[in-house]
Design a binder for this molecule. Sequence first.
Ligand code: ADP
Ligand code: ADP
Ligand code: ZN
Length: 209
Amino acid sequence: MNIIFLGPPGAGKGTQAQRICDELGIPQISTGDILRRAVKDETPVGLKAKEYMEAGKLVPDEILVEIIRDRLAQDDCKTGYILDGFPRTVPQAEALEKIADIDVVVELAVDDEALIRRLSGRRVCLKCGATYHVSTLGDKTTCDKCGETLIQRKDDNADTVKNRLEVYHNQTAPLISFYSGKGLLKSFDGMQDINAVYASIMQVLGNRA
Ligand code: ADP
Ligand code: ADP
Ligand code: ZN
């Protein structure tokens, strides 16, 4: 199954995608993770992407389309995948139509106030992509999955978060009607707790497997 996860920053896309990919045995393709790794390794893409990411702006479409084209051509994508964070603009979605057959678009809806709370307390593992929240971490400072030290993302500060939410509403939210017009959209209440969101998504995906 080829699946897109759509939703604002902090909606829980990464949290759910990682769990569902483990369950279904398919790769999670997070363009945010791919870009952060490129920035860390100072690759040509990373050098170009860095300032956009730090400002909470979208990295140019051409760069993202190239990344996705390469990634989807790899062998592990043959049995399906979850795209987590791509597409984020209508031109990206149009480019994707030429290279992939998408089966379902999972939309997670969460209100802005909750998003700000989630993003300001988010802690991430740059090694494996796992995501945590300070409210449930206690005094733990390392990743449960791989032992790496957890960090706060630079773009998870209040000012940048405001920009990212604005960018979402202006540039990414139009994809909701784009995909609903194609009959691919399944919307979920992302305000429920993590286990409840997981159960409702799996119910829908299970019925299609
Ligand atoms: P979040 O998990 O908060 O939604 P991501 O980790 O997916 O954020 O993305 C972090 C940043 O990487 C974005 O703010 C943007 O700068 C860049 N980025 C990720 N995916 C895309 C994309 N599909 N198009 C353009 N920029 C992207
Ligand atoms: P996204 O990938 O959409 O940007 P994440 O999966 O990184 O979102 O989640 C953002 C933050 O919110 C993380 O700190 C995560 O632990 C927390 N979170 C995710 N899902 C929920 C939920 N259903 N209820 C409360 N907090 C959540
Ligand atoms: Zn980890």
